[in-house]
Ligand binder design. Structure first.
Ligand code: CA
Length: 128
């Protein structure tokens, strides 16, 4: 295993941030958290991440807007970005994919789902 894998979690609910953090604490994954869209945007632009998990419903700047901004910026456009969508609503998913998201995870999500995503991206990183 080479360089560590870094994840940015943009989520205003502390429970979910802590869930992700504790889930990944035993693997070699560094988790950075932001509680607002603006904070997430700032972190995404100032640091390097291997995955961004972005909630749709955030205070001030919503997740869809943040997603559009990150995908329009050459510095962050290539970072895999998965939206956290609260409901299995088709329209939410469509909006997220149109905004440029690489995928989505429905909340509440199971730990295994996130771990699968992380291992897939890690394996991809290791071969590039
Ligand atoms: Ca939220």
């Amino acid at each position: 295993m080479g360089a560590s894998f870094r994840i940015l979690v943009v989520e205003d609910e502390p429970v979910i941030r802590e869930f992700v953090r504790s889930l990944l604490s035993e693997s070699e994954v560094e988790v950075e958290c932001a509680a607002t869209g603006a904070e997430g945007l700032k972190l995404a632009r100032s640091q390097t991440f291997d995955l961004i998990l972005l909630d749709v419903v955030l205070p001030q700047l919503d997740g869809i807007t943040v997603c559009r901004m990150l995908k329009a910026d050459p510095g962050t456009a290539k970072v895999p970005l998965h939206m956290l969508t609260a409901k299995a609503k088709k329209s939410d998913v469509e909006v997220a994919m149109k905004a440029g998201a690489d995928g989505y995870i429905h909340k509440p999500f199971r730990g295994a789902e996130l771990m699968d995503l992380v291992s897939t991206l890690r394996a991809r990183k290791a071969t590039t």
